[in-house]
Design a protein around this ligand. Structure first.
Ligand SMILES: [Zn+2]
Length: 451
């Protein structure tokens, strides 16, 4: 459905002419068409003009609301989660059908827009400074971070970084110097940011190489963004009025190399810098309290802890082997008496320990010339309230193994395992191992050994 009204083209939208219009903007619906694609809201609406920016120029789409003022009841507030650009048209995606001709008031998600403008304007300034003869680093692309997605709805502090891709790697000194210059232009010597609109008859000699292919320049507007006298760049996005509104810029010294000699330089601007500082401070405070140390000792403390863990691991290995030798001797002793033996180890009876016993037993069982029946069982996680177990049954006879595992599975409700059909080793686990089951197993194995 379409009304006779002619919509304003993308390039001359109200949000592009004045990026600080956030609410109270009155206009009307020009067309409302059903959306064909399933993963988007149901309708695409074009307005006569809009203060909601469709994605473009590396700046993501705004979000906001369309308000329909009702004289006979409560006003209707329709969410607009996404605005896209279709050639020269800005399409508002909504779940409600609105008749063409309907008067609406447009409301912008202001916090989000200001954040986007700070990142986007900051990028223009950073790229402009890096392109000067001082640095000679040309920006070939950029990406805005800090946008939650369905895959990652909650962001971590490091997700707030944007990056520019430049055509060479900078030294840490270069980055420190660039950071100082850019922050000076933001805080001490701010410059105005302005927009020049060029209708088709004024576009001669202006670089239009960055304009998207589906944007018809013969009917549209070519916009260039100017930062004082230091930069002019064609761009369709929304921008701040002064570099002072960028507030501050944080540039990371560590870059990543891409596409041969190109490099990604990470930065963030404005409110994000404050949020990042607060959140990383919380993380550092937690780490300091966990390690009981100052910032300067975190490195040292963690290195020490890693060494201790490594040492403990080695010590544990040593004692596992010692204990396994001792238990193996006991088992062989018992086997020599009646061909039966068992081993029960509660709380730290890991599978690793049982396998070490099995490893020590194996060569001795190979030369053992009588029938044998061995049960090795361990339990872990009793203290943490999540007791689980490991179980190994050994015999030269598959039938004996099957008999033993059948009897044990009658005692242990959550026992699973397999192997040893022709004799050898059956191995399994008990995914939940209660105290009552442990006691029942202990009594059963004591009996089994004396039968
Ligand atoms: Zn821009």
């Amino acid at each position: 459905m379409t009304s006779d009204n002619k919509p304003t083209v993308v390039g001359a939208l109200a949000c592009q002419r004045d990026s600080f219009l956030f609410k109270g903007f009155e206009t009307e619906v020009v067309s409302c068409n059903e959306n064909k694609s399933k993963d988007k809201p149901k309708y695409e609406i074009e307005l006569k003009d809009t203060i909601l920016f469709p994605e473009g120029g590396g700046q993501p789409s705004d979000s906001g609301f369309l308000k329909i003022v009702k004289t006979d009841g409560e006003d209707e507030l329709i969410p607009v989660p996404f605005i896209s650009r279709k050639g020269l048209h800005a399409m508002h995606h909504v779940d409600v059908e609105i008749q063409p001709g309907t008067k609406v008031e447009v409301i912008v998600d202001e916090l989000k827009r200001v954040d986007y403008m700070q990142q986007h304007s900051g990028q223009h300034l950073l790229s402009a400074i890096l392109e000067t003869s001082d640095f000679n680093a040309k920006t070939v692309g950029w990406s805005m971070g800090g946008i939650p997605t369905s895959k990652k709805p909650i962001l971590e502090p490091s997700d707030y970084f944007n990056y520019i891709e430049i055509d060479r790697k900078l030294s840490v000194e270069d980055i420190t110097r660039a950071s100082k210059i850019v922050n000076d232009i933001i805080s001490m010597k701010p410059l105005p940011i302005s927009v020049v609109e060029r209708t088709p008859d004024m576009q001669d000699g202006v670089d239009s190489s960055k304009v998207p292919e589906d944007y018809d320049l013969e009917k549209g507007i070519l916009r260039t963004i100017h930062i004082g006298e230091i930069d002019s760049n064609p761009c369709c996005g929304t921008h701040l009025n002064s570099t002072s509104q960028i507030e501050s810029i944080l540039i990371l010294p560590n870059q990543t190399s891409v596409r041969g000699t190109n490099s990604r330089l990470y930065f963030m601007c404005g409110n994000r810098v404050r949020d990042y500082a607060q959140q990383t401070n919380e993380i550092i405070s937690t780490v300091k309290s966990l390690l009981s140390c100052n910032e300067s000792s975190i490195d040292e403390k963690i290195t020490k802890l890693k060494e201790q863990v490594h040492q403990s691991g080695k010590r544990e290995q040593f004692w596992i082997k010692e204990l396994a030798s001792y238990e193996t001797a006991k088992i062989m002793n018992s086997l020599n008496k009646n061909g039966k033996a068992y081993l029960l180890k509660d709380e730290f009876g890991s599978l690793e320990f049982l396998l070490q016993v099995f490893k020590e037993l194996s060569p001795q069982l190979k030369i053992f010339d009588k029938p044998y029946q061995i049960v090795l069982c361990g339990r872990e996680g009793v203290q943490t309230g999540n007791p689980v177990g490991s179980l190994i049954i050994l015999s030269e006879s598959g039938e004996t193994i099957a008999n033993i595992s059948k009897k044990l599975s009658a005692l242990l409700a959550n026992m699973k395992g397999g192997g040893g059909k022709n004799g050898g080793k059956w191995q399994g686990k008990i995914t939940k191992f209660t105290d009552i089951e442990w006691e029942a197993l202990t009594i059963h194995l004591e009996k089994f050994n004396t039968e």
